[in-house]
Design a protein around this ligand. Structure first.
Ligand code: 9UX
Length: 72
């Protein structure tokens, strides 16, 4: 089973910020793909819900120095 979710990201001010957030998410076990859009300040994550989840995503983004809020 593969799930997809969106997160609202706060604190990104440049293209490198996008890269930092993407790398933080892509480095997680169970994450298949993560893309971040600077203009919309949203991250889209495809993942294996048996392995990883939204709480871990927000923690990883916070660790990278940004904040993430789950979207419906
Ligand atoms: Mo450069 Mo984006 O330090 O924070 S990565 S502005």
């Amino acid at each position: 089973v593969v799930a997809e979710t969106e997160l609202a990201i706060e604190g990104m001010t440049c293209a490198s910020c996008v890269h930092h957030v993407e790398q933080a998410l892509r480095g997680m076990t169970g994450v298949i793909e993560a893309t971040v859009n600077l203009a919309t300040e949203r991250a889209t994550v495809r993942y294996l819900p048996a392995t990883v989840g939204i709480a871990a995503f927000t923690a990883a983004v916070a660790e990278a120095g940004y904040s993430a809020r789950p979207l419906a």
